[in-house]
Design a protein around this ligand. Structure first.
Ligand SMILES: [Zn+2]
Length: 279
């Protein structure tokens, strides 16, 4: 972020086509003639050697951010040029951008109907290895399936923690769940939507990379994700089930998801006394 105070770096990235602005239709915008429809700033590709199933595979990483958030940071950097300004510097260092990621593998762009995982950020499941949800194993399995297939992409949505309510509220819903509420009731108890995720930005980035007609196979059990992406112009040819990471700790949560239409298939009973140990 601080490097933007030197405008030559930003200009170099623009000249090299390493930062592009894309509109609602996924098309790049050469200049700012369509500011009302420009949505996303995309950076990359950045080669990302990644360990998948014990072997190294290189994904192409594209961080992306909403244009409005990025431009706030650019504006603060502009103010700082030439005049030392402690307030501006503090603004720059504390400015927040929610940066999501698009990870591409193989000849994704050429594939007729590529495999795609749109994955919501989950710090507890993916970083801490929490067993209260299956997000960590799902993300690992998505990487594995895409590498096995030879091409595909993962859209990793950074703003989707706790199905969109954020990490703090998610912590509270865990406490409420331990008092007997299910994962959906706990959100309602907080007067929060059961699911406040918006997949429009994911759709815009997919439209940017897919050749028309934009068709994918979606690695997901979630019919709402399918519906939302479809509403934003992506044709979902098939929903490929991704049921992994079942544990004693998340079976109640998985049953609640099943009751809300997730294609989890048959699940073992959720009550602990009925459970067999999981492998
Ligand atoms: Zn999770």
């Amino acid at each position: 972020m601080f490097s933007y105070v030197d405008p030559s770096i930003y200009e170099l990235l623009l000249d090299q086509g390493k930062i592009v602005t894309i509109g609602e239709d996924g098309r790049p915008s050469e200049d700012d003639i369509r500011p009302s429809t420009d949505r996303i700033h995309l950076l990359g590709p950045i080669p990302l050697p990644t360990m998948v199933d014990g072997r190294e595979h290189t994904f192409r990483w594209y961080p992306f951010v909403r244009r409005t958030q990025h431009e706030q940071v650019l504006e603060i950097a502009r103010r700082l040029r030439g005049t030392p300004d402690m307030n501006g510097l503090r603004d720059l260092l504390t400015s927040q951008m929610t940066v999501s990621s698009f990870l591409v593998y193989g000849a994704f762009e050429e594939a007729e109907v590529p495999l795609v995982r749109v994955h919501s950020c989950c710090m507890t499941g993916e970083i801490f290895g929490s067993l209260r949800c299956e997000c960590g194993p799902q993300l690992e399995e998505a990487f594995r399936r895409i590498v096995d297939e030879g091409s595909g992409a993962i859209v990793y949505m950074a703003s989707h923690e706790g199905r969109g309510i954020g990490l703090w509220a998610k912590g509270i819903t865990y406490l409420l769940q331990d008092m007997g509420r299910d994962t959906y009731d706990a959100n309602r108890d907080l007067n929060l939507p059961v699911d406040s995720r918006d997949f429009r930005d994911a759709a815009i980035v997919l439209l940017h990379f897919l050749h028309p007609p934009p068709r994918i196979r979606l690695l997901s059990n979630n019919p709402l994700k399918r519906e939302d992406l479809t509403n934003h112009g992506i044709e979902i040819v098939g929903l490929e089930r991704l049921v992994v990471g079942l544990t004693d700790h998340n079976l109640r949560y998985m049953h609640a998801k099943h009751a809300h239409g997730h294609a989890t298939g048959d699940l073992p009973p959720a009550s602990r006394e009925d459970d067999e140990p999981k492998e």
